[in-house]
Design a protein around this ligand. Structure first.
Ligand code: NDP
Length: 292
């Protein structure tokens, strides 16, 4: 079994991004600038958005974090998005999800200028992705493709089972893995909560990509020996042995599944770090699209 090491791969990719941004600025280009909006104070969202801002610093990008109270109306949030759309200093905009219940994420995402949609969630970005046109790819699936590419894993002809069909992870992941590209060229099955006998599909999978949101849901009896397992899940579970009283686990029962696999991502230090790489690559691309 080989660990797909998010620390190692993201380290390499971040160095490349940093150098590309330096070269771009040396040629007269603009310093990339990411603007993030956080509504409310969900602790997980605080941590994710904080990490994105920290990575901007590390890569020499500018960043702005706009904090809005949880009672912000949908109209007020959309007005902020439109203000950032019009701000020439800002290259990329992200609105941290989930949003409070009274705000429709679709309405807010639709308000983002597709040229600044560095999360790749806008319908235009997703439509272009489906058609194989240049666009901002959704950050998590993009990061997973970068990881498969780094390890030179040839996925052509493999059976890939994606579990989860969200617009931000599972569905775009299934599209990217089925594209005529490498990584890609896989035969993809997209499973979800209505899938009957999930195990029948996973046991036939050469690659399993789990994006479910259920701690350690994929167990050893569901995995074919030699399979590649990509664990997207980030779930906090109680752990009395930790000072904090909790720890993060993925959607895969890592301890029992890992010995069966050819490759597997850990949680943490796996896909999460690759997501940041996808976002930062998109932000640099957004700055470069403006030209010199
Ligand atoms: P969603 O809740 O939006 O989607 C979960 C998907 O899993 C749904 O399609 C759902 O099916 C499916 N599902 C739920 N239960 C089952 C089941 N028993 N069997 C099969 N499918 C099931 O989650 P996200 O896609 O946003 O996130 C998934 C996980 O990935 C979460 O743990 C999240 O925290 C994590 N995540 C990690 C990121 C990273 O950078 N590492 C980035 C984004 C998310 P249905 O559609 O039928 O409801």
């Amino acid at each position: 079994m080989q660990l797909l090491d998010g620390v190692l791969v993201s380290g390499h990719i971040k160095e490349q991004i940093k150098q590309e941004a330096i070269d771009w600025q040396a040629a007269g280009g603009k310093k990339p600038h990411l603007a993030a909006i956080l509504v409310g104070n969900n602790p997980a969202s605080e941590a994710y958005v904080g990490s994105k801002v920290k990575h901007c610093d590390e890569l020499g990008f500018d960043s702005t974090l706009l904090r809005l109270p949880s009672e912000t109306t949908e109209a007020a949030l959309i007005a902020e998005v439109q203000r950032l759309n019009e701000d020439p200093a800002v290259d990329g905009i992200l609105v941290q999800l989930p949003l409070p219940e009274h705000i429709s994420p679709d309405s807010v995402i639709n308000a983002i200028d597709p040229g600044k949609d560095v999360d790749g969630f806008h319908p235009i970005s997703q439509g272009r992705m489906v058609l194989g046109q240049p666009t901002f790819l959704p950050a998590t699936p993009y990061g997973i493709m970068l990881m498969l590419e780094y390890y030179k894993i040839n996925t052509s002809g493999m059976h890939c089972v994606v579990i989860g069909r969200s617009n931000i992870v599972g569905t775009p992941m299934s599209v990217l893995m089925s594209r005529a590209s490498n990584p890609g060229n896989a035969t993809v099955t997209l499973c979800h909560s209505r899938t009957r006998n999930l195990k029948d599909f996973t046991l036939n999978a050469d690659i399993i990509i789990a994006a479910i949101g259920k701690p350690r849901y994929v167990t050893a009896d569901m995995v074919k020996p030699g399979a590649i397992v990509i664990d997207v899940g980030i779930n906090r579970i109680e752990d009395a042995s930790r000072k904090s009283g909790s720890r993060l686990v993925g959607d895969v029962d890592f301890d029992n599944v890992a010995p069966l696999c050819s490759y597997i991502t850990p949680v943490p230090k796996g896909v999460g770090l690759m997501t940041i790489c996808g976002l930062m690559k998109n932000t640099l691309q957004a700055a470069k699209q403006k030209g010199i």
